[in-house]
Structure formats: C-alpha cells, structure tokens
Design a protein. Structure first.
Length: 367
C-alpha cells in the first residue's frame, strides 16, 4: 500500500522575468498546508529582479532551491526541474499564477483513498479574469473542465474521459508521479520562449498514464488572457504557433499508436478551437491562417469530424469548404442533447451574469 501522506512533492517553477507576480506565486507554495515540499526555482536567465526575489525566498525557507541556467525557454526550464526533482511527485507552477493552500494536501489525501499506484492526479482550475486591474475589480470563473467529469470513484485511462484534452492543457492543475515520467521518458519539447510546450506534454502524460484520478475541486489560480490581448501577431511564427503545436500533438498521438476514436475526436475539437482562435486573432484573410487551417483539417479523419456531436454545423461547413468536400447538413438529437448539456454546464459554472458576458463576447468580440 502506498503511503501518500509522507511523499515528497517537487514543485517546479520555471522563471523568466516574472518579477511582478513571482512573490505571490512563491508565497502560495510556501504556505501550503502540506509541508513536505521541495520548491525548485528554475531561473531561465532572467534579466529583471526575479533572481533577487528567488534568493530571498531561498534564504527564508530551506525548501526553496534556486537553480540558475542559461535562457532556453519554458520547456527547457521544466525539464531541468524534472531532472533535479527528488520527490515522488512533480508539480509545475507558472510564476505568474498562484495556488490555494490545500492543493497538495487534498490531492494526496484523495490519492490515498485508492489502494494502488497513481500516475496523474488531476483537478480543474480557476481562471482569474481582468488581472491587470486592482484586486477588487478582478473576478474568477471556473475552467471548462469543472463539473464535466465526476470525482473519480476509481482510477481511469484517458479513453474514459477524453474531455481532459479538449480545452486548455492546464498541465499545472495536476501532479505527476516522478517514476511514471521516468519510466515513459516523458519530457517537455524545448521550443524557444514559452512555445506552448505544455501541449505535447499533455498528450504524452495523459495518453500514457495507466491510472489517472480526478478531483473536481479547483485550487490553481490561472491568470487568463488580458482584456484586449494582442491580435494581429507581428511575426509569422506567432501566427503559426497554434497550428504547429496541434500538428505536433497529432504526430505524437500517431507515434504512441493512439487509434481510440474518442481521443481523436477530442483532439479534433481542440484543433477547431485553435483554428477559431487564430481566425479571431489574425483574420481569415491572413494566408498563414488559411494555410495552417488547411494543414490541421487535412490531418483529421473526415468521418470522425462529420459524425461528431461536439462540432457545430458551422464548424463542419468550414471543414468541408477547406477540404473541398460537399457539406450535407443533418439534424441530430444527440447533437441537440449535447448542446443543451453544455449550456447547462456553462450556466452552472458562470451564473447568469458570466454566461451573458461570454455570449456577448462571442457575438461582438468585446468583453
């Protein structure tokens, strides 16, 4: 029997020029009710005041260790942390976010209910909105994952709950057994900068985990996109980024031999979300958006897309247009039931005010 109550958690914080929010982040980790932690501050060549903040915390708390390295990007920083980790569990916390005090205690207590080895303990998270405003004007909303899955009664594999890969990767709202990462040789791809390296890591971990458990309680506080965040990206690589990462995930699914149609469908849903975001950010007239959309749609199985109840008629029509297929609309009771359930979950999670705000944003593009 595994004794989860005494296991060391290695908390990895990859840091590059994060002085504005780093103090809050590190205090939230140090103030956890579960105290058997090592806190690895990976300084990825910061040029602001981040190093002095890390060193102050290290001087105050022996659990904090500062590791300096040349700038190599988010993935390289996380990999250095995994290599240095001495704990049974690995947690990734981004330096501009924070966590609520009971996160690790509750996750490990939950794992202790199962008389077997667990690979991944997953939770939903809070989206912190308007975080550039004074604290009283900020608001928090639950992530799309909340309430879409039940609290686990037993460990499961991804094929049973594929919704885990449909939305934001949210890799930081989970903890991973270090032995599992080592046995599967799982590491982050080392792209320049942030690079969305969490996307392939999500696929690697969840597709290879033999035992996942889900606790439907948010602890991680994620600073969501700022109001008026940048559109019309300045570089071709920025425009291409969502398409390239989705294609990277597709290649990894192929390498892992994933043929489960439920997993593929959820992966496709994610691809449609990325296409929609790219069109909103950079416009359909941008040839890079058109090229990326064609590449993404060409990598999808036509039958799975057209039979999916998770994709709208509008999405399928765009898919057919890009692929040069004839679109034949059809009515589906299953699709109707799915839309009604999604609407209820959104209303339950956001309330009337939050739902109205989201609908207004979808229709007008204004928050």
């Amino acid at each position: 029997m595994v004794n989860y109550h005494t296991q060391l958690v290695s908390v990895i914080v990859p840091i590059y020029n994060a002085q504005k929010d780093l103090d809050q982040c590190l205090w939230s980790i140090r103030n956890q009710s579960y105290t058997n932690l090592e806190i690895l501050c990976i300084n990825d060549g910061s040029t602001d005041d981040s190093p002095s903040i890390m060193k102050r915390h290290a001087a105050e708390d022996p659990r904090v260790r500062v590791i300096d390295k040349e700038n190599g990007g988010y993935g390289a920083g996380c990999n250095r942390g995994i290599d240095e980790a001495r704990g049974e569990w690995v947690s990734i916390i981004e330096p501009d976010d924070w966590i609520e005090p009971g996160m690790y205690a509750d996750m490990l207590a939950f794992a202790a209910q199962f008389n077997q080895q667990i690979d991944v303990i997953k939770t939903p998270w809070w989206n912190i909105n308007d975080w550039d405003r004074p604290e009283p004007e900020q608001s928090r909303t639950i992530c799309p994952l909340m309430h879409r899955m039940p609290r686990s009664a037993r460990p499961f594999k991804l094929g049973e709950h594929t919704v885990l890969i449909e939305h934001h990767p949210g890799i930081w709202s989970a903890i991973y057994r270090k032995g599992f990462l080592e046995s599967k040789c799982i590491r982050f791809p080392e792209y320049p900068g942030a690079g969305w390296a969490d996307n392939p890591f999500l696929i690697d971990t969840l597709c290879q985990a033999e035992s996942i458990i889900y606790l439907d309680q948010p602890y991680y506080c994620y600073r969501a996109d700022l109001p008026g965040s940048t559109c019309n990206h300045a570089t071709a690589s920025a425009v291409r980024l969502p398409f390239d990462r989705w294609l990277d995930m597709s290649r990894r699914l192929s390498e892992l031999g994933v043929v489960d149609e439920g997993i593929l469908e959820s992966h496709y849903v994610r691809g449609f979300r990325y296409v929609k975001g790219a069109i909103y950010d950079d416009g359909w007239d941008n040839p890079l958006v058109q090229e990326g959309t064609k590449q993404v749609f060409s990598a999808m199985d036509e039958r799975i897309v057209l039979e999916s109840i998770k994709l709208s008629a509008k999405q399928k029509k765009l898919f057919c247009s890009v692929r040069g297929l004839e679109y034949r609309p059809s009515f589906s009771l299953a699709r109707t039931a799915y839309v009604m359930r999604e609407g209820w979950l959104q209303l339950r999670g956001l309330g009337f005010g939050g739902t109205a705000k989201r609908l207004r944003f979808k229709m007008t593009g204004k928050r």
